[in-house]
Design a protein around this ligand. Structure first.
Ligand code: ADP
Length: 247
């Protein structure tokens, strides 16, 4: 499988505190790769580096075999196809799911078009099809404030997907969700992985076990181990620093 993202010797130094201490990892096209590890291991910092929310101190982040993300401004990283869904939803709660997706679609084209452009039939169909995929077609004309926590999270994922990314970064996507919502989110991730690689930070080991194609364990700003969930579970070092403690 070909790499969509390669981190080489990535370091982040927060005024003397080394949050990432030479991270080397590859994300392969089409996988659902989970980043796990104890609190403070550097997982969120790594996602922040990939989308340029945090600037790396040293190293490279190569995207799609040719683009050095660390050299690009944040908006160009989105343009190249790397999008991030943060933990807290940032949807427009007074608008409907359809309108939220309409704005996200127009954002991709630039602010000027938001004011001027009328949507084509094709664009409307694209939004409807996405609403179906994220399970919100039936509530597409309700105000987003009336959606459940899970539905808001899926809408947010939809707002990223409408940008047609190649790599989707998710930070604890099932936090605060009911059991049914968790299952739906896992299934949505599996569907998304048909068209876009997914890199997820997650603590819920049952969820990781069920939906990961591969797992990377981080510890103290470095990659400790990688493999399938089964391989990870059998690794003595991983058991010592993480799984043995948390489940
Ligand atoms: P994880 O996501 O694995 O829990 P983080 O990437 O959030 O870990 O944090 C890694 C370490 O870096 C932690 O010790 C955290 O306190 C520290 N850290 C994160 N962001 C900053 C920051 N902006 N300034 C200083 N220290 C930070």
């Amino acid at each position: 499988m070909q790499e969509i993202l390669s981190c080489r010797n990535v370091m982040v130094d927060f005024s003397g505190f080394k949050a990432l201490q030479g991270v080397n990892l590859d994300v392969k096209k089409g996988e659902i790769l989970f980043l796990i590890g104890p609190n403070g291991a550097g997982k969120t910092t790594l996602l922040d580096v990939i989308c340029k929310k945090t600037k790396l101190t040293a190293g490279t982040v190569l995207f799609d075999g040719k683009i050095s993300l660390e050299k690009l401004p944040e908006y160009k990283i989105v343009h190249e196809g790397v999008v991030r869904k943060f933990q807290a939803p940032s949807i427009f709660i007074h608008l409907t799911p359809f309108e939220n997706l309409e704005i996200a679609m127009k954002q991709k084209k630039g602010l000027f078009s938001i004011l001027l452009a009328k949507m084509s039939r094709l664009e409307k169909e694209k939004i409807d099809s996405l609403l179906n995929k994220i399970g919100l077609f039936d509530v597409r004309n309700e105000t987003a404030s009336s959606l459940s926590h899970g539905q808001k999270q899926w809408l947010e994922i939809g707002m990223q997907l409408i940008q047609e990314p190649k790599l989707l970064l998710l930070d604890e996507p099932i936090a605060g969700m009911s059991g049914l919502e968790r299952t739906k989110t896992g299934e949505l991730m599996q569907e998304i992985s048909q068209i876009c690689t997914v890199l997820v930070v997650e603590h819920d080991m049952d969820f990781v076990r069920k939906y990961s194609t591969r797992v990377i364990v981080m510890h103290e700003g470095k990659v400790l181990s990688e493999g399938t969930m089964q391989e990870i579970q059998e690794n003595e070092e991983v058991k010592n620093v993480y799984l043995g403690r948390s489940g």
